[in-house]
Design a protein around this ligand. Structure first.
Ligand SMILES: Cc1cc2nc3c(=O)[nH]c(=O)nc-3n(C[C@H](O)[C@H](O)[C@H](O)COP(=O)(O)O)c2cc1C
Length: 161
């Protein structure tokens, strides 16, 4: 069984709903799932996971400062996240308000750690991860569950390799 960690920041609850759906998808995909807010999560949680999913609201076209600070702190465990599976999700206020640039910014941090990134499969229409505009609707929640499921499956393959 793979271990999937979902870490998120959410001020008004939209990204939190997405995080719960990602965690649900990962659980359905067979993973042992830990869901934490960015305030609760520790660097040890990252090191212990096979798959890591970060979610943040889009602030000024990128990830919120709270999530960026956590990623910045992860420099202390540089090398320990290599070959773990990673993915990202975000909630933005508007459709073209920078949600894709937020996903790319999160993924950049993961790539710098040498992680293996899982995108959003074609059936759910996204490219770089799961997005919602405001509170996630049924389609966005499905994309989140699907993303969690994919992370769980790939994390299992990587963990047993
Ligand atoms: C400081 C701040 C900056 C924001 N910047 C953007 C932005 O650049 N683009 C956008 O679409 N929405 C922006 N928003 C709106 C949030 O991304 C949106 O309300 C999101 O759903 C909040 O997620 P949460 O409920 O998980 O906190 C901003 C909100 C705040 C508080």
């Amino acid at each position: 069984m793979s271990k999937v960690l979902v870490v998120y920041h959410s001020r008004s609850g939209n990204t939190a709903k997405m995080a719960e759906a990602v965690a649900e998808g990962a659980k359905n995909g067979g993973a042992d799932v830990v869901l934490k807010t960015v305030d609760e999560a520790a660097l040890e949680d990252l090191a212990a996971a096979d798959g890591i999913v970060f979610g943040a609201p889009t602030y000024f076209g990128t990830l919120s400062g709270e999530m960026k600070s956590f990623i910045d702190k992860s420099v202390r465990i540089r090398g320990k996240l290599e070959s773990k599976v990673g993915a990202a999700f975000t909630s933005s206020g508007s459709l073209s308000g920078g949600n894709e640039t937020t996903l790319i910014s999160i993924i950049e941090g993961m790539l710098i750690h040498g992680m293996i990134i899982v995108g959003d499969p074609i059936e759910t229409g996204g490219h770089y991860g799961a997005v919602a505009v405001g509170s996630p609707d049924a389609e966005a929640l499905m994309a989140c569950r699907k993303l969690g499921d994919r992370v769980a499956k790939f994390a299992k393959i990587i963990a047993s390799a």
